[in-house]
Design a protein around this ligand. Sequence first.
Ligand code: PLP
Length: 428
Amino acid sequence: MDSLYTLAEQWPLITEMSRKKEVFWENPVYGKTIEEPQGFELTLEDIKEADARLRRFAPFIQKAFDETVKDEGIIESPLLPADRFQAHLEREFHKMIRGSCFIKADNALTVSGSVKARGGIYEVLKYAEELAVNEGLIGLDGDYSRFSSLPFKKFFSDYTIICGSTGNLGLSIGIISVALGFKVTIHMSSDAKQWKKDLLREHGAEVVEHEDDYSKAVDVGRQVAISDRNSYFVDDENSKPLFTGYAVAALRLQNQLDEAGITVDEKHPLYVYLPCGVGSAPGGISFGLKQVYGQHVHPVFAEPVAAPSMLLGVMTGRHDALSVKDIGLDNNTVADGLAVGRPSQFIGKLLENQIHSFYTIADEQLYQLLATAYDTEGIKAEPSAAASFIGPIKMDVEEEEATHVLWCTGGSMVPEEVWHSDYQKGKI
Ligand SMILES: *Cc1c(COP(=O)(O)O)cnc(C)c1O
């Protein structure tokens, strides 16, 4: 393994990163043709299939979660204009933002209050469907509200869902698994917030706490699952269904932009700012958006200064072979959802030429943006989600009529006192 010194010699930005400085990196191979990674064929059709599966399950979701009745069992969040927030950013940072800012409010996603409701819930539903169809309990055109009936629950109670998580993935997987009747075990990293563990236990999930970081929690979960045929492991570092579930967001965003009368084309590019942990959520969303908008959409990833794992992996081309610990970082950040030291095994390779830029952000800045978003737009974000809010300041966008989407990835499940304390830190 290379030392920090040799790495920094080849990639000078690593020196800054290792000192926890905020950095910005524009991807030199963005939009260029690269060798396609082997063994990963996913297309727009797969994303549409995932969308159709979620629609099949809508009658079940609606029955199991009251708050989804208004959307007829479709778990989706609003796209909100963010003019006041934009004006505040411009004043605060003395910079004009070309175009208009919107907030994609996944903090308000029903069922589990974060972006993880997209991928995590999708993967468990997909598995449940496979089991039920194979068992002859239901056909693809059957009445899916029966997934909440006793015979289904009894059938699923022989199976265990397992995952490793920094918190929000565990919440999503735990809540949906329990609703279906599965047993569920969530391996939580040391960064995971106490309230997330408590909430999961309240729902009836088993929570195993680890002294180590997220990668270790995932490892242990994976090992336990391998040894048991009736266990299913949601592998945040390497899951295609999870990725596909996240990608469905692209179809939904396309509808919302259409409804708002927003064009996306050469003259009206779309910039999307995405908080990044292991890379599944931002990767899946970017992949989906590229299928829909091609070269007119530009994904930008945001990471905490203490855990720029995807940036490190993509910039060096070493991907999951490097951890942020290799450049002396401790992975210690208030952005618990992004506290990931080693990136996904496949996303960086797959999207190497499809991520426009990366930037990192300091914890103090996250608190301030979290407070500002509440003061200007009434948005309750968790610190991880606030990483996207500064995107339009970090990027130099030239097109006058650009659309900026700040992806607010989580927040509504944060207990009032925890949220308030974060808010206060941003006001000082
Ligand atoms: C998990 C998470 C992310 C990032 O998703 P990854 O798939 O880990 O990259 C962003 N924001 C929040 C709030 C999260 O919980």
